[in-house]
Design a protein around this ligand. Structure first.
Ligand SMILES: Cc1cc2nc3c(=O)[nH]c(=O)nc-3n(C[C@H](O)[C@H](O)[C@H](O)COP(=O)(O)OP(=O)(O)OC[C@H]3O[C@@H](n4cnc5c(N)ncnc54)[C@H](O)[C@@H]3O)c2cc1C
Length: 140
């Protein structure tokens, strides 16, 4: 079966990854008015390390409050030291609630960064299933 191919996207801002940092960057940029934004994620879901580490007995080792975003205060933590699955659910909900989900392109690995002297801008070549190369151009 032929590998799927991407048309060449051309975004002014590219965020790499949708772990805690990528979610925060995506939401913050979007709230600042960044419409032409793409979040490139190697995985198929948001959450980063908290998604990968799905052990049910996992808990944070500092109070849950430290794990919430300043723009998404969460009064509903189940306990002082939240479980890993609860932290993961919170992060997924934040990505949805603040509207960054539609900007996320899953299954896309950034394979490098290049500085384009002509634009000037930094480009992030990215591959889908390792076969295609597309360009998420990030801001100058
Ligand atoms: C039980 C537990 C306790 C922890 N306690 C602490 C703590 O007390 N303090 C602390 O600072 N940290 C702690 N951590 C670590 C915490 O998980 C990380 O700090 C946090 O996940 C970092 O977020 P991140 O967004 O920078 O990176 P990550 O969560 O690693 O997310 C990276 C994202 O980028 C994507 N990605 C990576 N490379 C590429 C690429 N080339 N192209 C496309 N996508 C890519 C990945 O798929 C992923 O979605 C803890 C983790 C666990 C599991």
């Amino acid at each position: 079966m032929p590998a799927p191919t991407l048309s060449a996207p051309d975004h002014s801002v590219a965020v790499i990854g949708a772990g805690p940092g990528g979610i925060a960057a995506g939401v913050t940029l979007k709230r600042a008015g960044g419409r032409d934004l793409v979040v490139l994620v190697r995985a198929e879901k948001v959450g980063g390390r908290w998604r990968d580490n799905g052990r049910p007995e996992l808990e944070v080792d500092i109070p849950s409050l430290a794990y919430r975003y300043s723009f998404a205060r969460n009064p509903h933590w189940g306990k002082l030291f939240a479980s890993g699955p609860e932290v993961k659910r919170y992060r997924v909900a934040v990505a949805r609630q603040f509207g960054s989900s539609p900007n996320i392109r899953f299954g896309t690995t950034v394979v490098g960064e290049e500085w384009d002297h002509d634009r000037p801008a930094r480009t992030c070549p990215s591959g889908w299933d390792g076969d295609d190369r597309s360009t998420g151009r990030s801001g100058s």
